[in-house]
Structures are given as C-alpha cells and as structure tokens.
Design a protein around this ligand. Structure first.
Ligand SMILES: Cc1cc2nc3c(=O)[nH]c(=O)nc-3n(C[C@H](O)[C@H](O)[C@H](O)COP(=O)(O)OP(=O)(O)OC[C@H]3O[C@@H](n4cnc5c(N)ncnc54)[C@H](O)[C@@H]3O)c2cc1C
Length: 300
C-alpha cells in the first residue's frame, strides 16, 4: 500500500516548524521516518501535511556538561551510540541507542522521534523514566518541561499537544558521577531487527569504588514492554540499596520485578515468560552495572 496524499513542508527553522504546527492541526512532524513511514504506508496514519524537520540543525546537538546532559530531538540513534563523550558521561544512552534495531534504523531514527512515538517498548522511554529525565516541548507561544514519568502515559497522545514539538531530553548528571556509577541495558528479542520482548535499563552508584565490595548508595531501574507504560520500579531499586551487592539482594530484586511488572501476553511471549525475563534481566543488569561501577579506570 502507498501513503495517502499529503502536502510536504520543509521549514528552515524551529520557529517556522512550530508556526506550521500551529497553522496545520492535522500535520505530522517527520524526523527519521522509521516509524511514521511504516504507519503511513499502512494507512494507520493519514496526515494531510508532513513537516520534515530533518534540516533543523538547531535540534541536532549533544550538550554534555558536568551537571546536566541535554540531547536535541534530531540526534540520530547512531550518533548517540558512537559519541565517546556521551559514552563516558552517561553511557546508558549510548548503550541503549546501540541496541535499537539494526544499522539502517539507527542511521535515520532520532531521539525526538522515539519520544514522539512513545512506544512503551522503546529503549529511550525506559531510560528516561529510570534516570529521572525530562522532556522540553516548544510551541509558538510557550516552552514547557515535563518529567518523563508524566510524559509517558498509556494513551500516548495525551502527553504532547498538537501544536508542540519536542526540543530535547535532559538528565541531571549530579546523582551519577562517572567514577562511582555503572550503567547497563539488557534486552531479549526475537531477531536483530525486532523490538525487545522485555528490556531493562539500570544505573548503580556505589559509595567507594576502591573498596572491595562497596555499598550501593543508589540504584535505578526501568523496564520496557513490561507494562503499557515504561516502568520504573522503586521497590526493586530498594532491594539492592544500602549494602554491597549479593546473591540474596539480587534474588530479592528479581522476585520483586517478577511480581510488579504488568506485562501483556503477545505472539512470541506470554505474560509469565515476560515476568521471568524481567526477573532474570533485573539480576543481570544490576550485576553488570555494579561491576562497571567498581571496575578499575583505564589509565592511558
Ligand atoms: C524494524 C524496526 C525495529 C525497531 N526496533 C526498535 C527497538 O528495539 N527499540 C526502540 O526504541 N525503537 C525501535 N524502533 C523504532 C526506532 O527507534 C524509530 O526510529 C523511532 O521510534 C522513531 O524515530 P524517527 O526519528 O524515525 O521518528 P519518525 O518515524 O519520523 O516519527 C515518529 C513519531 O514521532 C513524531 N515526532 C518526530 N519527531 C518529533 C519531534 N521533534 N517532536 C514531536 N514529535 C515528533 C512524528 O510526528 C511521529 O508521530 C524500531 C523501528 C523499526 C523500523
């Protein structure tokens, strides 16, 4: 099937894009077109107007500071995966970007498109909720910032108004100093190009990485495709906080994840299997984060 007819607009600035959005309420923004294109080809989406934002270099930036990490909406998955500065400062973003589909999707797909799509199985949504990220939205007459946990709702169309554009996502670096933090992202999927059955993102900050078995001061965990929203589970985090990692704390964390995720059965995985995956991936992702937090720094 081919897409239904539409008018094509190429704004040359963000302000022109928001003006077009305000004037054309039935319009869709087109970023990497990796999801929109499929929806339009199947006529699940039939917008009258397409606003192509690929030329908006204002939205294509990585701002990596000591206090915050800000990523523009038009940054491609591939650029996040390959950025050594991002890998060093906030590796969970580079790792999760590198685990999206295959290179073709990663070369074109963008952070803003993924947030705009707001799929509960998406890699960034679970990272955003786990890491306390926020999303900045722009229109012709306002700018507003929304916590990721408020942005991702079961009805994804609630979170963003028709006249708004995603400008960037932002994370506070303060709780995650690089020398005491380890981050990881694990998933189980059917094939290289498919979406994960379940994925888990985590970060662990330890008290003293030079200590042999340091205490975990703070843990974060987020699940994708384990509910109708990306899910942060604080009771699972609490299971490993306040002491060094151990088989017992990992087991408790895994059991809590099994009980508290809210997955739905689908073609390749029933509800019980998804709970089992959440349990096992939780144990592994925390172990990997902890090992990274306590690894010797590489001296060059
Ligand atoms: C085969 C395949 C496998 C995939 N596997 C995964 C996976 O494992 N994990 C994962 O996370 N993703 C996966 N994806 C999705 C991929 O990450 C997409 O690139 C992404 O979801 C959409 O990004 P895009 O830039 O292509 O957006 P588009 O397809 O261009 O747009 C998607 C939606 O977002 C809106 N939008 C785009 N930019 C903005 C903006 N700045 N402000 C407001 N709204 C905006 C659009 O209007 C549209 O409604 C997969 C996709 C494919 C095709």
């Amino acid at each position: 099937m081919k897409p239904a007819a539409f008018e094509y607009h190429i704004p040359d600035s963000v302000s022109e894009a928001t003006r077009l959005l305000a004037e054309l309420p039935e319009a869709e923004l087109m970023a990497g077109n990796q999801s929109l294109g499929i929806a339009m080809s199947n006529r699940v989406a039939t917008p009258d107007h397409i606003i192509d934002i690929n030329g908006l270099t204002e939205l294509d930036y990585l701002d990596i500071g000591d206090k915050k990490i800000e990523i523009g909406a038009m940054v491609r998955h591939r650029d996040m995966e390959k950025s050594s500065a991002l890998t060093e400062a906030f590796p969970i973003l580079s790792i999760s970007a590198g685990k999206i589909a295959g290179p073709v999707v990663r070369n074109r797909g963008t952070l803003g498109g993924s947030i705009g799509e707001a799929d509960p199985g998406g890699n960034y949504p679970s990272v955003l909720v786990a890491m306390g990220g926020e999303i900045e939205l722009l229109s012709t007459d306002h700018t507003r910032t929304v916590d990721a946990t408020d942005y991702f709702t079961a009805d994804t169309t609630d979170s963003i108004n028709e006249n708004e554009l995603i400008k960037c996502a932002r994370f506070s670096k303060k709780p995650f100093p690089s020398h005491r933090t380890g981050m990881a992202f694990l998933r189980k999927k059917e094939a290289a190009q498919s979406w994960p059955i379940v994925s888990v993102a985590s970060a662990v900050r330890v008290a003293d990485p030079t200590h042999q078995n340091p205490v975990i001061e703070e843990a974060r965990v987020g699940y994708a495709n384990a509910s109708d929203v990306p899910l942060r589970l604080q009771s699972v985090e609490a299971a490993i906080e306040g002491e060094p990692i151990s088989e017992q704390t990992l087991r408790t964390a895994g059991e809590r994840a099994y009980d508290e995720v809210q997955p739905q059965s689908e073609l390749h995985a029933d509800e019980t299997y998804k709970r089992e995956l959440a349990c096992e991936l939780t144990k592994r992702v925390f172990r990997r984060s902890y090992d990274r937090a306590t690894a010797e720094p590489i001296v060059v």
